[in-house]
Design a protein around this ligand. Structure first.
Ligand SMILES: Cc1ncc(COP(=O)(O)O)c(C=O)c1O
Length: 414
């Protein structure tokens, strides 16, 4: 056989094989657009302002505790419910350990909430078909069933929410935020795009990402009081904000607050997050989590973190001071910078489209984040780095604006 013919046959076989394998994968998974994490650079020397990591390392006490725990214990399973960590967090937040569940990052807890509180849509459609007997009551129950299968979230907010909804096969209610990204408290109703009072699960990023906008506890409380299903207040960035809404999770049985050690506590690598709320909801999440969902070194690191809070509070103040300085300097360069309550800023850059800026900054070894959807494509999201990293960003921005043609002599964006 000639090599060419052999190649064609091999390619055909491979094509068949791929088709067979594709048939083994659920259609929902085949069609899924997964969450796209920010670029993790493979080359050295890039300034990474694209994933909202903390620019400062964990406290020396945390590093020492983790190193000390690396011994023969690695052979053993960790505490299945992270009980010592829950007890310490309960003391910190003035609640009981039954009000707390620890997750493998707060992302895991968002996944668990979707699974625990939302019916997959297929189940509700099947129920509709089998009960299609007509009449007003049937129509009402059909609406109620759709609400049981609905995950509601605001746009823009954390872009993981639509992906979780999709994976679970649930229905989306994506509610567009107004131009100033405020909470749409006056937009309740029954039509798509309005806030449904009875959606099974409402996910609220507060302060919001990627906009950085903070929400007052008063407004969040007004929202929670109108919602009948479970509400998760996702406070991943709350340590950089003026207010937090933890009290709502202890006041209203249908409200959960999700927190993470990733951002403010410099522990992305260890994957530890937690949820606070009514013991009944917490127990539901606990029932469906993996047996040993939080790795042992993560538990050690988080416990040691809680033993050194003044170190972290000093870092919050530093990051907030840098955020305010850089926001001011970017405004002077013509950037429209939204007020931020987080460790990043959301800004409309001057003169060129945001996507062009993304490429120009990348060419100058600075990574920032750009989201292509219509609500966000005019903006860049820039994480707050060290003072030196932010000075480099400002220098690069000045260079891009000053160079002939405005974009410098570097390559065009990809
Ligand atoms: C709004 C929001 N919530 C939750 C998370 C997840 O954090 P982690 O899983 O690291 O705890 C992130 C991470 O970027 C986030 O931006």
């Amino acid at each position: 056989m000639k090599t060419g013919a052999f190649r064609t046959e091999a390619a055909e076989q491979l094509g068949c094989m791929n088709e067979v394998l594709a048939g083994l994968i659920r259609p929902l998974v085949r069609a899924l657009h997964p969450y796209a994490p920010g670029e993790q650079p493979k080359i050295k020397g890039l300034i990474k302002l694209n994933t909202n990591e903390n620019p400062y390392p964990p406290s020396p006490r945390v590093l020492a505790a983790v190193k000390e725990a690396v011994d023969g214990r690695l052979r053993l399973y960790p505490n299945a419910t992270a009980q010592p960590l829950r007890e310490k967090l309960a003391k910190l937040h003035g609640c009981q350990s039954e009000n707390l569940i620890i997750g493998n990052g707060s992302d895991e807890l968002l996944t668990l909430a979707t699974r625990a509180f939302v019916e997959p849509a297929q189940a509700c459609v099947a129920a509709d078909v089998s009960r299609r007997v007509g009449g007003e009551n049937a129509a009402l129950t059909s609406r109620a069933r759709r609400q049981r299968a609905t995950v509601q979230y605001f746009v823009p907010s954390y872009s993981v929410y639509p992906v979780l909804t999709e994976i679970h096969g649930a229905l989306h209610n994506a509610v567009a935020l107004p131009a100033d990204f405020a909470l749409p408290l006056d937009r309740f109703g029954g039509r798509a795009g309005q806030v449904f009072a009875d959606a099974a699960l409402t996910l609220v990023t507060t302060p919001n990402a990627p906009t950085g906008r903070g929400y007052s506890t008063k407004d969040l409380e007004a929202l929670c009081r109108k919602l009948k299903g479970v509400v998760v207040l996702d406070e991943a960035y709350v340590d950089f904000a003026d207010e937090n809404a933890l009290s709502l999770a202890l006041k209203y049985p249908h409200v959960l607050v999700a927190r993470t050690f990733s951002k403010a506590y410099s522990l992305c690598f260890q994957r530890v997050g937690y949820c606070v709320g009514h013991p009944e909801l917490i127990a539901a999440l606990d029932k469906i989590k993996d047996s040993y969902n939080v790795n042992g070194l993560g538990q050690v690191a988080a416990l040691a973190t809680l033993g050194d809070l003044p170190y972290y509070r000093a870092n919050f103040r530093r990051i907030i001071a840098t955020r305010e300085r850089v926001s001011g300097e970017l405004r002077e360069l013509g950037f429209d910078v939204l007020p931020s309550q987080t460790n990043f800023i959301f800004t409309k850059p001057p003169r060129f489209p945001a996507k062009v800026w993304l490429g120009e900054l990348r060419a100058r070894k600075i990574l920032v984040r750009w989201f292509s959807c219509p609500e966000t494509c005019d903006y860049l999201r820039i994480s707050i780095g060290t003072e030196a990293e932010m000075d480099a960003l400002l220098r690069a921005a000045k260079g891009i604006l000053k160079a002939p043609g405005g974009r410098g002599s570097r390559s065009s964006p990809r």
